[in-house]
Design a protein around this ligand. Structure first.
Ligand code: IPE
Ligand code: IPE
Ligand code: MG
Length: 254
């Protein structure tokens, strides 16, 4: 079924994803279409983040994971990277209090060691402030790469083996999963990418093994509550079989 064939089910019957991740792409093209510099697109994209967080809360989604900066994005012009870092710092300082007020738990995933000390401190402070919250679990992926995540998990397991805490036989899908980012969250159900490209760009490679994928041409700054609801409605129409036959899968859900 294509994204456009969706017929929304009544709210009470809807199959809501517990964990949604978004590759927020298309900021630069959005700005260029408006005759502005790429940075204007990144700034406008912050409003879409606010809209999607509000919409996820309303839909009772448990976890939302947003791709803000990939481990490959350092290859961009220095000036663009520097603006993105400033924007990240600004959003952390300004928005985290609001997240806390709404009982949202916040964390940043990725290799944080490459960020400035000031930014790292701000991240830790924001995570500590919201650590006890029980509402939406919001994760922002920054200097994150799916391959890095898997390599990091493998390193942790090897450490366990070399210290004699575990044996090679203890290395299983479950134990490796435990060492990856987001292991404490429900499995990823829905992965959305805006901006028209149909690729994962090294996002949640391990976690997306059985996620439903949703691609839209909408550029990130144009993505809003209505667009998000459309993606959730599309998820509701998907039949998730996890390797079984359609008949088996349908019998399990009825
Ligand atoms: C996504 O938008 C934001 C980041 C990668 C930081 P882009 O900046 O990639 O926008 P396009 O894809 O060039 O339009
Ligand atoms: C993916 O977008 C990363 C983020 C949205 C943060 P990119 O714009 O970096 O992806 P590619 O380079 O087109 O694959
Ligand atoms: Mg892009």
């Amino acid at each position: 079924m294509s994204n456009s064939d969706v017929i929304a089910a009544p709210a009470e019957d809807k199959n809501i994803p517990q964990h949604v991740a978004i590759i927020m792409d298309g900021n630069g093209r959005w700005a260029q279409l408006k005759g502005k510099g790429r940075v204007a697109g990144h700034k406008a994209g912050v409003d879409s983040v606010r809209a999607v967080v509000a919409s996820a809360r309303k839909s009772n989604i448990k976890a939302l994971t947003l791709f803000a900066f990939s481990s490959e994005n350092w290859k961009r012009p220095e000036q663009e990277v520097s603006v993105l870092m400033d924007l990240f710092m600004f959003v952390l300082t300004k928005e985290v209090k609001r997240l806390h007020k709404h009982n949202i738990r916040f964390q940043v995933i990725g290799d944080l060691s490459r960020f400035s000390e000031k930014l790292q401190k701000n991240i830790v402070k924001s995570e500590q402030l919201t650590a006890g919250n029980t509402g939406l679990f919001l994760s922002v992926a920054a200097n994150y790469g799916g391959r890095w995540d898997i390599v990091n998990a493998a390193k942790n397991l090897v450490k366990g083996v070399s210290q004699g805490i575990m044996s090679i036989e203890d290395i299983t899908e479950e134990s490796l999963n435990q060492e990856t980012c987001l292991a404490e969250l429900p499995a990823l159900d829905l992965l959305i990418r805006t901006g028209g490209d149909c690729r994962i760009s090294n996002f949640l490679l391990w976690q997306a093994a059985y996620a439903e994928l949703y691609f839209t041409d909408t550029l990130w700054p144009d993505f809003n509550e209505e667009q998000f609801t459309k993606a959730i409605d599309c998820f509701d129409q998907r039949e998730r079989r996890f390797g079984k036959t359609g008949e088996q899968a349908r019998n399990e859900t009825t």
